[in-house]
Design a protein around this ligand. Structure first.
Ligand SMILES: Cc1cc2nc3c(=O)[nH]c(=O)nc-3n(C[C@H](O)[C@H](O)[C@H](O)COP(=O)(O)OP(=O)(O)OC[C@H]3O[C@@H](n4cnc5c(N)ncnc54)[C@H](O)[C@@H]3O)c2cc1C
Length: 426
């Protein structure tokens, strides 16, 4: 019998194992892949400040591709592109803001921190179920011969659609309405070509988030710069994708062919393709986070923050994993209830951000935001900047009315959505 079994060596599991091991617990960290990160797909940006306290100076050793110093938000129609582009030199210096990194590198690095703290990492091993006695989780079954393992606490960090949380009835049956599908390609390009095309130098990198590139299916797209490759992808509603009959790779092909994106990816070769689910239900659809002998963390608990302009899963997985490891230590060493885990999360950014942004997924994925507003905004801006001489410039209100009418947007809906956006993101 060990103190803690953590299932999954992604960011949530590695962080949970790290705090539990540092507290002096005997920890087994199970990973189904041959090494941490080998099975993990994501877009590409990690916001590492969550590690400031637990791994001071993390930024000097994290396996970085590029530090994100430019963040662009783009609205596309088939023929137009409106970009709000922000860059900051502060983001290119310690303590930094975000970095692009590959999951095989990042997850291995973080899991190794747990190992250095004393956790035992066991790879190529699948936890196939929970051992439950008298309503208390007492261990896991694995796919190894004689592979049952017993522990005082089991932490499920097994990612979206957690099989283990489902076994306990903490997660409802798979609900496609609260899941999106993310697909991405990694495209190789020489480093100097990326520097030139994106206007960056050295370790500087770019994060571009895109709305209006998914043929009206609720979702969005992204382009991130790595050292000598780009990550290009889309995240779309599963229901919408199924109804449309469109294949996700067609959406990536559209994005790469868009006049605003094509010059960035010209001549690039696809070296990797990946697809993965994202839990996007938000605060209103979070499961119970603990049960006797059991904690659930990271994507397994639906804690990825997908709120339109933010897609932050890794930092939320780390934040919740650290708290899960701490709660497990309190339980084993001082008999504290595992429910302290949720209280801890309520006092941290993990549940505070989710609670504050609880309406964001509904708003951002709404039909108007997805299907009507991109065209309306692009036409409004095109109208503002098109010089109509010899006719005088039309007023902005006239242009707004004109573009709203063209895209079937009622001004009262626009005002209501503006108000609701203001309340959601205040
Ligand atoms: C396309 C896409 C783009 C994204 N972009 C970003 C981004 O740019 N930035 C960001 O912060 N987040 C992003 N996310 C979200 C982010 O990837 C997740 O929120 C994050 O990976 C969650 O971490 P986790 O540790 O909870 O789960 P995971 O990373 O999924 O890790 C779960 C681990 O458990 C292992 N495992 C699963 N089942 C078992 C089992 N039964 N036994 C043993 N091991 C098991 C898996 O192999 C895996 O290593 C993106 C996601 C997708 C799909």
């Amino acid at each position: 019998m060990t103190d803690v079994i953590v299932v999954g060596a992604g960011p949530a599991g590695a962080s949970a194992a790290l705090t539990a091991a540092r507290a002096g617990l005997e920890v087994v960290l199970l990973e189904r892949g041959p090494f941490p990160g080998s099975k993990n797909a994501y877009g590409g940006v990690v916001y590492g400040r969550v590690l400031d306290d637990v791994l001071p100076g993390w930024y000097d050793e994290v396996p970085v591709q590029r530090w994100v110093t430019r963040r662009s938000t783009m609205v596309l129609t088939d023929t137009q592109a409106l970009t709000v582009d922000f860059r900051s030199t502060a983001w290119g210096e310690a303590p930094y803001n975000g970095c692009t990194t590959f999951r095989a590198d990042f997850d291995s690095w973080l899991a190794n921190k747990a190992v250095e703290a004393g956790a035992q990492l066991v790879t190529s091993t699948v936890a196939t179920g929970l051992l439950v006695e008298n309503g208390v989780v007492v261990g896991v079954t694995t796919d190894r011969p004689d592979g049952d393992l017993r522990a005082k606490v089991v932490i499920a960090a097994d990612g979206v659609n957690s099989f283990l949380a489902k076994q306990l009835g903490l997660l409802p049956k798979t609900d496609a309405a609260h899941l999106t599908l993310g697909v991405k390609e990694v495209l190789s390009l020489p480093r100097e070509v990326i520097d030139e095309r994106f206007g960056v130098r050295g370790d500087e990198g770019v994060d571009v988030e895109i709305l209006g590139c998914t043929r009206g299916i609720a979702g969005g797209g992204f382009v991130y710069t790595n050292k000598d490759s780009l990550s290009v992808g889309v995240v779309v509603s599963i229901d919408g994708l199924a109804k449309s009959g469109i294949r996700p790779e067609e959406l990536i092909a559209d994005l790469k062919a868009h006049p605003a994106v094509a010059p960035w990816v010209q001549g690039a070769e696809v070296k990797e393709y990946a697809a993965h689910l994202i839990p996007e239900g938000g605060y209103d659809h979070l499961p119970e986070l603990s049960a006797p002998g059991f904690l659930v963390t990271g994507d397994a608990a639906g804690l990825c923050l997908a709120a339109g302009i933010w897609l932050e899963g890794v930092n939320f997985a780390i934040g919740s994993g650290l708290a899960a490891g701490k709660a497990a230590a309190g339980h084993v060493q001082r008999d504290e209830p595992l429910t302290s885990y949720k209280q801890d999360l309520e006092g941290s950014f993990v549940l505070q951000d989710h609670k504050r942004l609880r309406k964001a997924p509904g708003l951002v994925l709404s039909d108007r935001v997805q299907q009507q507003y991109p065209g309306m905004i692009a036409d409004l801006v095109e109208g503002m900047f098109t010089v109509t001489n010899p006719t005088a410039k039309p007023g902005v209100l006239t242009l707004l009315r004109r573009s709203a009418k063209k895209h079937g947007v009622k001004l009262r809906h626009l005002a209501a959505d503006g108000l609701s956006g203001g309340r959601t993101f205040r």
